[in-house]
Write a protein that binds this ligand. Structure first.
Ligand code: PMP
Length: 372
């Protein structure tokens, strides 16, 4: 820390992103919930710029990102003033934590959820109110009824992958008419139910989504929010006070093309869901507990080793998954759904690791037996 840093940030513990390997291809990367399939074919077409079109980069991008906002609004059947876009949904969430912090500073979210939320609370001076999950890792909707502050719920939740039904989300909205309820739907396209349909009749709802997962554009950094026009205007007020050109020209075009191609989107999501279900079944056959996931990842634990040990053993075999060294979940690893081929390699490696583990347990049992 330099002597110039404002004391307010001295104790800030930043978010730790998942590893992004420098040499792509050498590792099977199942650690940051990216999509294993490329973006829709139209995306590569618009990015093949000739020199004339490339020259447009000398101009700032559209601060309204109207082309992209329009395409999103059309997709969801909303008015354009109900939509705003950000540099990834991380930026939108940051704006929301900044804008919608109530007077008492309280922001409620599940104790086990996206690990960025506590960081936003710290940086913006909000008071993070962590609400425990039930023992089976589900979010209990009634725990949020009558909350005295803004509520943020990831649905489906991360890293568990478990989802609340639309009815449960609605009950939280109805029980908190005077609080803003933010539903972070980063993973909703893999089997969850979007709360967008509840916007009609709930001016206290803000839905946040991303192009990073189901639309294969994590590197383009496109997130968006949908809500009541006044809530969206508040977010835009923050955006225009911070970074008006937050989406670059290339990402606006890429996003517009991606959301246009409904058929490709449906097909890639379908494939991921199918692969997820067969991976979960295979892991269960190997004795793993796998939480029922509606996301593009599974959260699983082996009865034979802790999460860190399984994570390290996979790493030695060039497969990276995500492990959280945190109470209640440190037995688990989070595995992103890749291609069927990648999942086969993961299962093969897991069988090897388990065989080794069982041999080791047998040897230890024998030595103990000899001693006693
Ligand atoms: N919300 C959740 C729950 C996430 O897991 C992520 C991805 N790390 C994000 C938001 C942010 O995604 P992005 O900024 O790529 O849109």
């Amino acid at each position: 820390m330099s002597r110039f840093l404002n004391g307010r940030y001295g104790g800030l513990e930043p978010y730790t992103p998942g590893e992004q390997p420098k040499v792509p291809g050498r590792l099977i990367k199942l650690n940051t919930n990216e999509n294993p399939y490329p973006p829709a074919p139209g995306v590569s077409k618009v990015l093949q710029w000739d020199p004339e079109t490339a020259e447009q980069l000398k101009l700032y991008s559209d601060p309204e990102a109207a082309e992209l906002v329009g395409a999103i609004a059309e997709y969801y059947g909303l008015e354009t003033h109900q939509v705003m876009v950000g540099n990834g949904s991380d930026e939108i969430l940051a704006f929301a934590f900044m804008a919608f912090q109530p007077e008492n500073g309280r922001i409620y979210f599940p104790e086990i959820s996206y690990s960025f939320y506590p960081v936003y609370c710290d940086i913006f001076g909000a008071k993070g109110m962590k609400v425990p999950l039930r023992d089976d890792f589900t979010v209990c909707p009634s725990d949020y009824y009558g909350a005295e502050g803004t509520i943020v719920i990831t649905n489906p939740n991360a890293p568990t992958g478990m989802a609340l039904s639309l009815g449960e989300i609605e009950s939280i909205l109805d029980a908190n008419r005077n609080q803003l309820v933010i539903i972070d739907e980063a993973y909703v396209d893999f089997g969850g139910e979007s709360a967008v349909s509840l916007l009609d009749g709930h001016d206290n709802l803000l839905v946040v989504q991303t192009f990073s997962k189901s639309r294969s554009l994590a590197g383009a950094r496109i997130g968006f929010a949908m809500g009541h026009e006044d809530v969206i205007a508040d977010l835009n007020k923050i955006k225009f006070s911070f970074n008006p050109y937050n989406l670059n020209r290339l990402s606006i075009l890429a996003g517009r093309e991606a959301i246009k191609d409904r058929e490709y989107f449906r097909e890639t999501c379908r494939k991921i869901i199918e692969t997820r279900e067969s991976l979960a079944a295979e892991l269960r056959e190997l004795g793993f507990e796998v939480l029922p996931s509606k996301a593009n990842f599974v959260f699983a634990r082996s009865g034979h080793m802790g999460g860190e040990e399984y994570f390290e053993a996979l790493r030695q075999r060039n497969i990276i998954v995500r492990y959280f060294k945190k109470p209640k979940i440190d037995d688990f690893v989070r595995i992103t759904i890749g291609t069927d081929e990648e999942m086969k390699m993961l299962i093969r490696a897991t069988k090897e690791i388990l065989d080794e583990k069982l041999r080791q347990e047998k040897r230890e049992g024998m030595t103990k037996g000899e001693k006693s």
